[in-house]
Design a protein around this ligand. Sequence first.
Ligand code: AMP
Ligand code: ZN
Length: 466
Amino acid sequence: MELKFYNTLTKTKEIFKPLKGNEVRIYTCGPTVYKDATIGNMRAYIFMDTLRRVLKYNGYSLKHVMNITDVGHLVSDGDEGEDKMLKSAREEGKTPLEIAEIYTKRFLNDLEDLNINLPEIICKATDNISEMIEFVKGLVENGYAYETSTAIYFDVSKLDKYGILSGINLKEQKAGARVEVDKEKRNPYDFALWIKAPENHLMKWESPWGLCYPGWHIECSTMSRKYLGDEFDIHTGGVDHIPTHHENEIAQSKGLTGKNPARFWMHGEFLLIDGGKMSKSLGNVYLLRDIKEKGFLPLSYKLFCFSSSYRNKLNFTWEAMENANKSLIKLREAYQKHSNGKETIDEEIINNYENKFHEAINDDLNMPLAMSYVWEAAKEPRKSKQIAELLLKFDTVLGLKIDEEIKEEKVEVPEDVKELVEKRNQAKTNKNWEEADKLRVEIQEKGYNIKDTKQGVIIEKYKGEQ
Ligand code: AMP
Ligand code: ZN
């Protein structure tokens, strides 16, 4: 069956075929491990997971690389501001290495909770410094890079065309439209490949240009080339990577190898919260942990993400989460009923469901449409093991653990906790969310957790932050 993906490079949906044989080589821009990943970040990795699973469903094998950025991502995506890792280390009173370890571990835990399959290769920027130096040396030798007193810059004017992903036209850009930090830069869009470290800078390496640290963009170009070669099949990331990070990756690869490194460039859109941006000042930066604490199954967040194409913005609300949680439970119940079913269904009907599902996922990962066929099959009135098997096959793409049993733990609840739960119910009825949240914390301090479900409030033993 034809497989099509939207390619940011050509702005069209194109038929996908691997460049070499049956193996698909993919590079995904991974996290900068300086703080907890948000549910917005997680949407990006759910997209990555779905892409992997769809390729596998189509019989391809994968060589997929994801980096961990543990140095060099400055506060802005360009060359301005402090290194995010160093800023976080300073604020938390830890070393950058400790910060990287803590947040890498938490990131991987979140991926596990969301049943996200890991790329075959996960590589850290700090383990690839010598390869980066070689890359930068190559760019200097090829005449694409120059040294200033603060950095080694890439000279964008040396390329036939800079800006092929975002379609920016350098000639039309007003000179100086960008904030200039280095007057020695030849062109406003030149970007730092390799940055000279100030004296007290914590992360720096010996290089032909003295003690330096890498720019964020060179990390990805170096690691993708090291593991996947000069040209590979798919490069993924978020839409925020298009104008700077990915333009610069393409520029670097063209400067070194003369080639655009990836045939397909795929980008996931952003998750919005209550219709707007997630931000600390609005107090709406949510983590997967918050979803779990409210008693929702983490995988229901994944199901929620399937309500929209990865290419559309998606608006998160707690009400939508509640619905997704109910839906996941319903789906698992439907699977259980079918797996105990005794009826036989015409193979043609089963094949028809399978074909429609397959067509939907092959149409640029159209998950909302694919889910509508999953529900059609799940709601089949005749209860049959054939449907249960079909749902399991679909679940190789969804990764929702459809066959997981829904277990309810019975616990003895002391009177004082019951009273607090009652007070919280009252606060919720009065829409006093602040009070309700305070009471939830009090209940947790007494060792219990509450889940709001269709059947009412369920009280469980509190297992702490998981
Ligand atoms: P970072 O760790 O900041 O480099 O981001 C990791 C990934 O999360 C990148 O692919 C971003 O594009 C993506 N991302 C960041 N914020 C959001 C959001 N609100 N919705 C979806 N993806 C996001
Ligand atoms: Zn990257």
